[in-house]
Design a binder for this molecule. Structure first.
Ligand code: NAP
Length: 266
């Protein structure tokens, strides 16, 4: 049994892996030789091109249509992964949403707050719980099992934006959840990391007003030390480094992928 497992690819679940940062992460992990499971809310017919690209790396790719904020959908997704692969080595909690409308904190609604907390915090936190239990179970039967969890938060976990407070609060909460899981899973030798992307070019930042704001901050106001938009593969490469095990003595690490945005200057 042990030798068979050694010769199998490791399996990674990337939530929101069909576009944006998650797709960048999925491609980098495919390059590392992982078999993949990705999830999203869109039906599989709509993401054919992304699946084709990911499969072109040579590994297996499973798509699960699952809303991470729904407990039953998370459970069904893990059952689908069990049925196809029988194992899971890496969870990348990447799926997340911004408010549908950026509103000043004096006006922002409870409905938007609740939506973001469910998708950005509750979903990933309880996915950590379910996957952690499965990883602990796998360790008992596979002596060479290696597991790892990576949560994608944001610079917004530490930088306050008053026109999307609920987003910042949700990312700060997921940041704490990452610490909690790093502490709890230490005895099982399962590292848990947090990756904080900065301003990344994806659908989330594609609205013309958002683009114009960040273009100005990046190219005219010197917001970043590295004066360019971040790309999904910038985050993908950081996740791949952690997933490869290149930082084995750093569980709980918070890794910034933000072009040097938060280096204090005078
Ligand atoms: P994006 O382009 O909008 O893509 C979001 C992905 O998450 C999509 O694949 C989407 O699925 C999936 N998703 C959304 N809600 C979901 C749900 N309830 N259940 C399952 N999947 C869901 O966003 P992105 O910019 O790549 O962001 C990815 C992560 O990075 C998010 O957590 C975001 O907060 C974080 N982040 C982004 C930036 C940035 O500048 N872009 C900066 C810092 C942090 P479908 O494709 O099926 O719709």
């Amino acid at each position: 049994m042990r030798f068979v497992i050694k010769n199998m690819n490791r399996v990674a679940l990337i939530t929101g892996g069909s576009r944006g940062i998650g797709f960048g992460v999925a491609q980098c992990l495919a390059l590392e030789g992982f078999d993949l499971a990705i999830c999203g809310v869109r039906p599989e017919e709509q993401i054919g091109e992304a699946l084709q690209t990911l499969r072109s790396f040579g590994g297996e790719v499973l798509y699960c249509q699952a809303d991470v904020s729904e407990a039953a959908a998370r459970e069904r997704m893990l059952q689908e992964i069990r049925a196809k692969y029988g194992r899971l080595n890496l969870l990348v909690n990447n799926a997340g949403v911004a408010p549908t409308e950026r509103k000043d904190v004096l006006e922002a609604t409870e409905a938007s707050f609740e939506r973001l907390m469910r998708i950005n915090v509750q979903g990933p936190h309880f996915l950590c719980q379910a996957v952690a239990n499965w990883m602990i179970e796998q360790q008992k039967t596979q002596p060479d099992f290696a597991g790892c969890i990576i949560n994608v938060t944001s610079i917004s976990a530490t930088v306050a934006s008053t026109n999307r407070a609920e987003y910042c609060i949700s990312k700060a909460a997921l940041s704490m959840a990452t610490k909690i899981w790093a502490v709890r899973l230490a005895e099982f030798d399962i590292p848990v990391y947090e990756v904080q992307p900065g301003i990344i070019q994806t659908d989330m930042t594609a609205a013309p007003a958002v683009q114009a704001k960040y273009d100005k901050l990046i190219h005219e106001n010197g917001l970043l030390l590295q004066a360019r938009w971040g790309m999904p593969e910038d985050v993908g490469k950081a996740v791949a480094m952690l997933a490869r095990g290149d930082l084995p003595y750093s569980t709980g690490l918070v890794l910034a992928v933000d072009g040097g945005m938060r280096v204090e200057r005078l």
